[in-house]
Design a protein around this ligand. Structure first.
Ligand SMILES: Cc1cc2nc3c(=O)[nH]c(=O)nc-3n(C[C@H](O)[C@H](O)[C@H](O)COP(=O)(O)O)c2cc1C
Length: 430
């Protein structure tokens, strides 16, 4: 970074809806796992978002908030389907918008990716039991009827309307990581033969209807972001195939969907991923994995550059100011999506912008010290460990990078019971 000029990361950005965010730090969604069985936001949410807002990020995206409390993606989710928790939502939004920060609610429906320990009756674009080693963790879903699809579209709009009423300053529609909207987009999950299945235009119809309904609910001057996978396609030739034909959601298709969303008035695309072979978080080795991979999805961002005029937030792998500035300078992204480092260093944006800190946040190797346990619970360990850090901040404590994997595992079981030990996402959809 050139010390003489204002870094690009500190520059404001005006979105297509006319709203300006104060800098380029985009705190990506992390499920806080702080809600109880009532799915209501808690005092810990308020404390956590106050800390993050004071930490200097331009936009804070909440962890995914469910549009139906009977259909949760993971234990500890917040769900918003009516105004019963409006007061706590107001306090949460007020805390997240301190210090000139934006606080956007990520809204989601898990579809079939709803663990059997918390949901015996999931829904999906198509029925059929999940194949492979994770099948036993998810109940067989029922295919949605047209009426149920319309109901879910309305639910997304209702949740967005309540978010706005409570004082959240934007919403992000979760269309990535294998959840319901992603399931509609993917020809692997979506085998419908009606208007919501078949070619891409029809598979994307559900997303476009959700987007239109949310826009209608929040009006033209309210930011709507969409988190989308760059693809669901495994890198090697192991693509899921049906009758010899590739099934999934590939980069070409993702770019087409992004362009359509741009035409329809989206304000930001949050680029993510998650493939059968390459989940967003691939191992529990932390910094070692980061050094090997660098910033995630940069090749895709290079492909998208020039094709889109809507702002992009590239998410994953940003650990130091140099990489952030380089990605912004190169025009690969307009915002820096960043998740895990902010659970360890909540004021990282302030340190980089104000103090010109040029170190690297090293993520820990999360281990129980017992190889068999690490193997059995790898993904859950990492997620649980970061949930524990958010929980600490929510209780007014500082994050503690020295906490071991076993403690994180015990914490997760203590808080959520055995449900904590089921995979939160299907393999390949972190
Ligand atoms: C504990 C935890 C919870 C997460 N929850 C969500 C979520 O609710 N919604 C979402 O879109 N992504 C979620 N993610 C993925 C992150 O937003 C992000 O894409 C990923 O961690 C890569 O970014 P990073 O390398 O900066 O951590 C979660 C990640 C972690 C570690």
């Amino acid at each position: 970074m050139n010390a003489d000029r204002t870094p690009e990361i500190a520059a404001p950005l005006t979105l297509p809806c006319g709203v300006t965010v104060k800098n380029r730090f985009y705190k990506s969604a992390m499920n806080e796992a702080l809600a109880g069985r009532d799915c209501a936001p808690t005092e810990e949410h308020v404390n956590l978002y106050r800390t993050w807002a004071d930490g200097g990020a331009g936009v804070l995206v909440t962890g995914n908030v469910m549009v139906d409390r009977t259909q949760l993606g993971e234990p500890g989710n917040v769900a918003v389907e009516d105004e019963r928790d409006l007061n706590m939502l107001r306090r949460w939004a007020a805390a997240g918008t301190r210090n000139g920060a934006h606080c956007w609610m990520q809204i989601n429906h898990p579809g079939r990716q709803s663990p059997i320990t918390i949901n015996q009756h999931p829904y999906a674009p198509s029925g059929g039991r999940m194949e492979g080693e994770y099948g036993r963790f998810f109940a067989e879903p029922t295919a949605l009827t047209i009426e149920q699809i319309h109901d879910i579209v309305r639910r997304f709009a209702t949740t967005a309307r309540i978010a706005k009423k409570a004082g959240f300053t934007g919403v992000e529609i979760h269309a990535a990581h294998g959840y319901l909207i992603n399931q509609f987009l993917s020809s692997d999950d979506n085998r419908r033969t009606d208007d919501y299945g078949g070619d891409l235009e029809h598979r994307a119809r559900f997303l476009f209807e959700v987007f239109a309904a949310v826009r209608e609910a929040v009006g033209p001057e309210f930011p709507i972001a969409v988190k989308l996978n760059s693809s669901d396609v495994p890198i090697a030739a192991k693509a899921s195939e049906r009758n010899g034909v590739f099934a999934g959601f590939d980069e070409e298709e993702s770019i087409w969907v992004m362009k359509q969303l741009e035409k329809r008035g989206v304000d930001l695309i949050d680029v993510s991923g998650g493939t059968l072979e390459k989940p967003v978080i691939q191992t529990n080795s932390g910094a070692a994995e980061d050094r090997r991979r660098g910033v995630y999805f940069t090749d895709f961002a290079r492909r998208v550059k020039g094709e889109l005029s809507v702002p992009v937030a590239l998410t994953g792998g940003f650990r130091n100011a140099r990489d952030m500035e380089r990605a912004l300078d190169e025009g690969l992204t307009q915002m820096i999506g960043i998740a895990r480092p902010l659970a360890l260093v909540p004021d990282l944006p302030k340190r980089i912008i104000r103090d010109r800190w040029d170190g690297t946040v090293d993520l820990p190797w999360v281990t129980t010290g017992i190889k068999a346990l690490d193997r059995a619970f790898g993904g859950i360990l990492v997620i649980g460990w970061f949930e524990l850090q958010m929980n600490r901040i929510g209780r007014g404590k500082k994050p503690n990078p020295r906490i071991g994997g076993l403690r994180a595992l015990c914490f997760a079981i203590g808080k959520h019971g055995p449900a904590a030990l089921t995979p939160r996402r299907r393999k390949g959809h972190q």
